[in-house]
Design a protein around this ligand. Structure first.
Ligand SMILES: NC(=O)C1=CN([C@@H]2O[C@H](COP(=O)(O)OP(=O)(O)OC[C@H]3O[C@@H](n4cnc5c(N)ncnc54)[C@H](OP(=O)(O)O)[C@@H]3O)[C@@H](O)[C@H]2O)C=CC1
Ligand SMILES: CC(C)(CO)C(=O)C(=O)O
Length: 317
């Protein structure tokens, strides 16, 4: 399959490298200048797995303006708040036959892409896969090959032949894909997970396993999850798991799945970039309010993350 990965950050590289190794024709497109420069200079990206076995994987990268082909699939992995500006720079190569796949966290990525692309051509979904940029041109794949999973779902319409082809390529790449058929339910199930671990690990400055070691972690998760479940239920969104199973999933993935991972929001905070909190906890607060409910715990977390963003300029005296 002819694939373009828009965003050669952590997840764009993870998907693109795995799909390239599985035999696909992959081109990377990025707007992060030091990253493009490093990949070009090295003639590829340095990949480690859990911090070990560094090796160079040859990849092709360019800026959006330099790419003029028409891919069958564009995989979009840009932070939510940069979606529109990057789509503006990429729209010239998204042809009528190009499907766009986004597994961005939070709510809104696919909706913003739909301002540029027919809803029928968009595949949304989620990635329970942890990856970290170690600097320009260097990426760390967390977890053993074949661990983690991907859920993909059409934004409009039932699963079709194309999404099954994408799943087959992901399967060859050992990404454990599942084709789902409820767009909102799929995306919000991961959102309510991220709204616990990404946000708390960022605020407290811990890895997922360190969070899960805290004796109060499960109750804290339940308190947040109760608000998330009430808001999504009021909107008629059917999450993939019931509330208690979502609490268990947070604890299991944190303890067993990715204990050594600093979630992507933590990576943003520690590299001085804006976070996606408004698309995660903020989305829950807005959904609750839409239905006359309150989500005070999530609202507090949104404020605390923004306070922490604004306070990065101070150092401890
Ligand atoms: N990382 C993970 O484990 C997972 C992430 N996701 C989701 O995937 C989407 C993409 O995230 P992810 O791939 O992690 O994004 P990254 O932060 O790794 O990359 C996205 C962009 O951020 C900028 N950037 C990255 N690292 C640096 C740095 N050190 N200094 C300055 N700029 C940098 C770059 O562009 P620019 O500066 O132009 O913005 C880059 O193209 C998000 O929605 C995220 O929530 C989903 C599952 C897991
Ligand atoms: C925690 C994790 C890896 C879950 O897959 C994630 O979504 C993130 O880091 O943003």
């Amino acid at each position: 399959m002819k694939i373009v990965c828009i965003g050669a950050g952590a997840m764009g590289l993870r998907y693109g490298v795995l799909l390239q190794e599985a035999g696909n024709d992959v081109q990377f497109v990025d707007t992060w200048e030091p990253n493009v420069a490093a990949i070009r200079k090295q003639n590829g990206v340095y990949v480690t797995r859990d911090g070990k076995n560094e090796h160079l994987v040859e990849i092709n990268v360019c800026f959006p303006e330099e790419y003029h082909d028409e891919p069958e699939l564009a995989i979009f992995f840009i932070k939510d708040m940069h979606t529109r500006e990057v789509m503006d720079r990429c729209k010239h190569f998204i042809g009528k036959k190009t499907h766009v796949l986004t597994n961005q966290n939070g709510w809104g990525g696919a909706e913003m892409i739909a301002e540029y692309v027919d809803r029928e051509m968009i595949i949304a979904g989620t990635a329970m896969i942890a990856t970290v940029m170690r600097g320009p041109g260097k990426v760390d794949f967390i977890g053993k090959r074949g661990e983690g999973h991907v859920h993909i779902v059409r934004v409009a319409g039932e699963p079709d032949e194309f999404i099954q082809r994408v799943a087959a390529e992901m399967d060859k790449a050992k990404m454990n894909p599942t084709v789902c058929n409820d767009y909102r339910g799929t995306v919000w199930t991961k959102l309510v997970f991220n709204a616990v671990v990404n946000t708390l690990c960022t605020l407290i400055n811990v890895k997922m396993g360190q969070f899960a070691e805290y004796e109060g972690a499960e109750n804290l998760t339940r308190r947040l999850m109760t608000e998330s479940c009430a808001a999504t239920a009021a909107e008629g969104i059917k999450l993939e798991l019931d509330c208690e199973s979502l609490v268990n999933q947070v604890m299991y993935v944190s303890k067993v799945g990715n204990p050594l991972h600093y979630p992507s929001m933590h990576q943003d905070m520690s590299t001085n970039r804006p976070t996606e909190v408004d698309y995660m906890n903020g989305a829950i607060v807005r959904l609750a309010e839409k239905h006359g409910l309150q989500a005070p715990n999530h609202a507090l977390l949104v404020d605390l993350v923004h306070l922490k963003e604004a306070s990065r300029k101070y150092t401890v005296e």
